[in-house]
Design a protein around this ligand. Sequence first.
Ligand SMILES: Cc1cc2nc3c(=O)[nH]c(=O)nc-3n(C[C@H](O)[C@H](O)[C@H](O)COP(=O)(O)OP(=O)(O)OC[C@H]3O[C@@H](n4cnc5c(N)ncnc54)[C@H](O)[C@@H]3O)c2cc1C
Length: 387
Amino acid sequence: MPAHDFPQPAFMADEELRILSDSVGKFFDDHAPPERTAKWREDGMVERAFWTEAGQGGILGVSVPEVYGGGGGDFRHDLVIFEQAGRKDVSGFGASLHNGIIVPYIVAHGTEEQKHRWLPGLCNGELISAVCMSEPGVGSDLQNIRTTALRDGNGYRINGAKTFISSGQLGNLVVVVAKTDPTMGAKGVSLLVVETDKVEGFRRGRKLDKIGQDAADTSELFFDDVWVPTENLLGLDEGQGFRQLMTELPRERLVIAFQSMVEIEKALEITVAYVKERKAFGKTVFDFQNTQFKLADLKTEAMAAKTFVNYCVDQLLNGKLDTPTASMAKLLVTELQGKVVDQCLQFHGGYGYMNEYPIARMYRDARVSRIYGGANEIMRMLIARTL
Ligand SMILES: Cc1cc2nc3c(=O)[nH]c(=O)nc-3n(C[C@H](O)[C@H](O)[C@H](O)COP(=O)(O)OP(=O)(O)OC[C@H]3O[C@@H](n4cnc5c(N)ncnc54)[C@H](O)[C@@H]3O)c2cc1C
């Protein structure tokens, strides 16, 4: 098909990006072969060593300016990495969170000193990032978080519990969303960077048992009187955390939409291949008109979704992507991902229910994309505000 023969948008038609794509694909072939990724799924986490290899292989911080140790590219270079990670089935490796969501916080909001302090390690794989927003009692309603970071001498003392944190076992540079002024609502929220190897009172809790994303070490984290110096407040001023998070939202939502789009294309591709092989009633499953019509519908919807995602990427590259539009992309593509993987699994019959078939895993993995990065009901709320 199928889906992967969608035309490339003009902004990706660049020889340098094609070369990067080939070399990243080769990196994943060499360093993340199926036996190794299967072990990560079994262990519930990616090997620490792989992050170092990824740093050495130029996979991390590809859009970070060279002066801070990065690749000097832009968002398109990150997309190349996310696409290859998806296509090569390197799930659980949090490159999209690291490259596409957390590292950009430091680039956009860090002081010059902070960028020089943290970005080289984030690019070479010494530092693995995590972002701690969600708490046991609060997810969507972020301004009601309970974690505090109160002034203590020339620093802050952090107290609180976080949950559902991606890279929670491996992360050693964690951005903590906390209240520096609990009386101020959203205006009292700040982002504190905790280098976990350098503090006392930081504790990793359970690696959570999930229905999908088997190789992702989603975990609980605890902060008991963790002290960090004032230089670890992201940016210069307290109370900027909510604004900092909000300004990065369009890219985060687009990253999720893009990843879901890659999964949709992959699901269609493997399903078309499967139904053209599988025989029933003396013909292939593809020969049934029902199969062709349903796949034709899905390809049509995928093409429309991809066109919208490309539009959003173009807007982002031009500094014009707003939060409602990015929320539409996340809503549209993640809902479609659920629909596509479900129908594609159906076409695999009983084999689709077997974990050894990629579509089974893709079905389990897909469910969370409608929940994390802001539940889709929150996306609808943001979109509805524009009506
Ligand atoms: C695998 C995984 C990885 C994650 N990684 C991270 C991470 O790295 N860092 C991090 O901070 N968090 C992470 N999360 C947490 C994720 O962002 C939250 O689960 C999500 O924001 C929803 O919050 P909640 O689970 O507390 O749900 P709640 O806020 O309790 O909401 C429950 C449901 O209520 C509905 N709802 C809530 N508010 C409204 C509303 N205003 N209007 C209508 N309906 C509403 C929605 O259907 C929602 O799904 C992760 C979660 C998972 C599952």
